[in-house]
Write a protein that binds this ligand. Structure first.
Ligand SMILES: Nc1ncnc2c1ncn2[C@@H]1O[C@H](COP(=O)(O)OP(=O)(O)OP(=O)(O)O)[C@@H](O)[C@H]1O
Ligand SMILES: [Mg+2]
Length: 258
C-alpha cells in the first residue's frame, strides 16, 4: 500500500519543502518508488528538483481539478525512482474555484485513486490552511510537521493540530501525525537549544530524534536543481536527512508490528 505523507505547517519558511525533497530523495536512494506532489503555488519543490513549473498542461493544479490524471502528469526527475507532479501558479486560484463545488476537500484523494505503483507519496503543502492543505490532509495517511528551532516556533502548530483533528473526525479517520521534525538547529545558539528542549518536553516521542542542523549546503542545493544529498553528500544537512528518512521507515515498521 502507498504511504502518503503531507509536509505541513502554516508557518512559512520552516523547512517543509526542504524536508519533502530530501526525505523523498533518501527513500528513492533505497530504491523505493517515490512521488513528490508539489501543492504549493510557489513551486519550490518542483524547482529544487531541477524541473520547470508548469502553466497549463499537466500539473498538480490540473490534476487536482480533474482535468488530467496523475499517471499521465508525473515527471521523472534526474534521480532514479523519484518522480514529481509539478506545481503551477494556477494553484493560487483553487480556494476560489472549488469554493462552491460539492466536497471540495476530496479532489486530491479522488485524483490519487488513479495511481497505485508508488511506495511513497510526499505532498509539499503551502504555508496556509486553505483548501490545498485540506486536500492534502484528506488524501494522506500521515502528517510530518517541520518546526524551526526559532522564537515562536510553535505559533500555528496548535491550529494545525486542531485542523488535523477535524480532518480525522470528518473525512479521514486513519490520519495520524507521524512526527515533528526540528529544523535549522544551531547548536551554538541558546535559543535553538531551548526551543528544541521545550518542544521535546511538550510533544515527547512525537518529535523525531534526528534534528536537522542549520547547514549552508541546504539553501545552496536548490539553485543547482539538486537535493542536498546529490549536491554535497557528506554535508551535515544531507547526512541528517538520511537519518531522518531512516527514522521515518523505522516508525513505519513499528506500526506494522504493533
Ligand atoms: N537546515 C537548514 N539550514 C539552512 N537553511 C535551511 C535549512 N532548511 C531550510 N533552509 C532554507 O530556509 C528556507 C526555507 O526553507 P523551506 O523552503 O524548506 O521552508 P518551507 O516551510 O517550505 O517554506 P514555505 O512556507 O515558503 O513553503 C529556504 O531558503 C531553505 O533553503
Ligand atoms: Mg515550501
Amino acid at each position: 500500500m502507498t504511504r502518503i505523507f503531507s509536509l505541513s505547517n502554516q508557518k512559512g519558511g520552516v523547512g517543509k519543502t526542504t524536508t519533502t525533497v530530501n526525505v523523498a530523495t533518501a527513500l528513492a536512494a533505497l530504491r523505493k518508488k517515490v512521488l513528490i506532489i508539489d501543492l504549493d503555488p510557489q513551486g519550490n519543490a518542483t524547482v529544487s528538483l531541477g524541473v520547470q513549473r508548469r502553466q497549463g498542461g499537466q500539473n498538480s493544479y490540473t490534476v487536482l481539478t480533474g482535468r488530467y490524471k496523475v499517471s499521465e502528469s508525473v515527471v521523472q526527475t534526474n534521480i532514479p525512482f523519484l518522480y514529481v507532479l509539478p506545481a503551477s501558479q494556477e494553484l493560487l486560484g483553487v480556494d476560489l474555484e472549488l469554493a462552491g463545488v460539492e466536497k471540495p476537500q476530496f479532489f486530491l484523494k479522488n485524483a490519487l485513486s488513479d495511481v497505485s505503483d508508488f511506495d511513497y507519496i510526499f505532498i509539499d503543502c503551502p504555508p496556509a490552511v486553505g483548501l490545498l492543505t485540506l486536500n492534502a490532509l484528506v488524501a494522506s495517511t500521515s502528517v510530518i510537521i517541520p518546526v524551526q528551532c526559532e522564537y515562536l516556533a510553535l505559533e500555528g502548530v496548535a491550529d494545525l493540530m486542531k485542523t488535523i483533528e477535524k480532518v480525522k473526525k470528518n473525512f479521514n479517520p486513519s490520519l495520524k501525525i507521524d512526527g515533528i521534525v526540528m529544523t535549522m538547529f544551531d547548536g551554538r545558539s541558546r535559543l535553538s537549544r531551548s526551543v528544541d528542549n521545550d518542544v521535546r518536553s511538550f510533544f515527547k516521542d512525537l518529535v523525531y530524534d534526528t534534528v536537522i542542523p542549520r547547514n549552508v549546503r541546504i539553501p545552496e542545493a536548490p539553485s543547482h536543481g539538486k537535493p542536498v544529498m546529490l549536491y554535497d553528500f557528506r554535508s551535515t544537512g544531507a547526512q541528517s536527512y538520511i537519518r531522518l528518512a531512516g527514522e521515518i521507515l523505522n516508525r513505519e515498521k513499528g506500526e506494522n508490528h504493533g
